[in-house]
Design a protein around this ligand. Structure first.
Ligand code: NAD
Length: 432
């Protein structure tokens, strides 16, 4: 099938590369001309495991193309995915300017029937607005359908998530749209849930909000664990073994971040408010998350006594492992708060250093964890990269000025570190 994807970021590139790999002809478009110039040469703007190989392979066999001309993309393909960013405005609402721009471009450039697929995460009723916009600006009354097809991939495992999703959600309102979309996704051989458009839009917001709720819930339980000397890892395991609860998203830590949860939660709360419903649970989830970041900073202060003048190592900058995405990374809140207190900060991240150097000022960037730890009064883990799980703590002890580990992601065995002579402080492990 001929597909165009407008917006070549994490979602657009992964979707485009995977659809091409399935044998479709795909054009990925973006209004960032430098990004497109680089992509044409096989240079990726993001780190995502396996994506570079997939893009280069499909560029070579000419199933995947890149363009900065939305007009060309719209002209060439029957199916057009919208995968542009939908960041949060100051008031929490989703900024849908990009969606509207793309809808207008589609309207003026389509030359026959088009199926417009909304893949960006958007508030309920956005597809209705896309439809209205296209109807307003379309020339010659060409027919079109709009579909909501929310994306559930996670950065860091995006290709596998895209090709092996738990479910594919299709919000449709015509038989034609349903047929085209089910044909497109059939090769994946995964469960397809077909709903009306508004329900599909809500499935995405409700799913992300629920996952964020699980994280805030376990972080709140961790606070109780700290107070009574229980271990949140064991509590989470005991809860997660119950199939009704499940073990995913029950890891206490620095709180959630990234480009999705914070903004999607804000957008869901705001759209609910507009619809006359006060989504109190989600407000509590958001507050708990913010409070969790402050709580970890307090733990650090309590351990160091005086923060001013201390040299602190922060391992991990990306909001989660296996990505270089720094959007709303909890590490940044931590670092900013510590700098404000007068600390000097050394940082290391396996993949996010290049991006971080452009936006994070006043820190020392190091080539590895050991260099970052040299002479430091405290080592903090902010992202649970695998390579941090395998650090040589005997070597680290020799290089640190003080053997103090603040494990913001609960990745270490506290007993082992204590045996080696470290002071270990985790989250919800009865030691804080
Ligand atoms: P991104 O910022 O990585 O990519 C968005 C791309 O859209 C950018 O390259 C930008 O240049 C381009 N763009 C913006 N406006 C445009 C326009 N008018 N015309 C053409 N291109 C335009 O964003 P992302 O992380 O890929 O997210 C895209 C959407 O998918 C968001 O709504 C997000 O919430 C949702 N989503 C993201 C993830 C994720 O893990 N990143 C997962 C599921 C859903």
């Amino acid at each position: 099938m001929n597909i165009s994807i407008i917006g070549s970021g994490y979602v657009g590139l992964v979707s485009g590369a995977c659809f091409a790999e399935l044998g479709n002809q795909v054009i990925c478009a973006d209004n960032d001309t430098k990004k497109i110039r680089d992509l044409k040469k096989g240079i990726l703007p993001i780190y995502e495991p396996g994506l570079e190989e997939l893009i280069i392979k499909n560029l070579k066999n000419q199933r995947l193309k890149f363009t900065s001309s939305i007009k060309d993309a719209v002209g060439a393909s029957e199916i057009i995915f919208i995968a542009v960013g939908t960041p949060a405005l100051k008031n929490g609402e989703a900024d849908l300017t990009g969606i509207e721009n793309v809808a207008c471009s589609i309207a003026v450039n389509m030359n026959s029937y088009r199926l417009i697929v909304e893949k960006s995460t958007v508030p309920v009723e956005t597809c209705a607005w896309i439809k209205k916009t296209i109807t307003t600006y379309v020339k010659k009354n060409h027919k079109f359908d709009v579909v909501s097809n929310p994306e559930f991939l996670r950065e860091g495992s995006a290709i596998n998530d895209f090709t092996h999703p738990d479910r594919i959600v299709l919000g449709v309102e015509t038989v034609r749209a349903k047929q085209i979309m089910t044909k497109l996704y059939r090769p994946l051989n995964r469960p397809i849930l077909v709903t009306d458009i508004k329900s599909a839009e809500l499935i995405k917001h409700a799913s992300n909000a629920f996952l964020a709720t699980k994280i805030s819930f376990i972080n709140a339980v961790a606070r109780i664990c700290d107070r009574v000397g229980a271990d949140v890892k064991e509590v989470a395991e005991g809860m997660g073994l119950d199939n009704r609860i499940g073990r995913y998203f029950l890891h206490a830590g620095l709180g959630y971040g990234g480009s999705c949860f914070p903004k999607d939660l804000d957008a869901f709360i705001t759209i609910a408010e507009k619809l006359g419903y006060d989504f109190e649970i989600l407000k509590a989830v958001r507050n708990t998350n913010e409070d969790q970041k402050r709580f970890i900073i307090q733990k650090i202060k309590d351990a160091l006594w005086i923060v001013k003048g201390k040299l602190i190592t922060v391992l991990g900058l990306a909001f989660k492992p296996n990505t270089d995405d720094l959007r709303n990374a909890p590490s940044f809140d931590l670092i900013k708060a510590l700098i404000q207190e007068g600390a000097r900060i050394k940082v290391y991240d396996p993949e996010a250093m290049e991006k971080a150097k452009k936006i994070l000022k006043g820190v020392i960037f190091c080539k590895d964890a050991y260099q970052a730890a040299r002479g430091a009064d405290c080592l903090i883990v902010a992202t649970e990269w695998n390579e941090f799980k395998e650090l040589d703590f005997v070597r680290l002890k020799k290089t640190l000025k003080r053997a103090l580990v603040i494990d913001g992601r609960n990745i270490y065995d506290s007993q082992q570190l204590k045996k080696l002579g470290f002071t270990y402080i985790g989250v919800g492990q009865g030691n804080g």
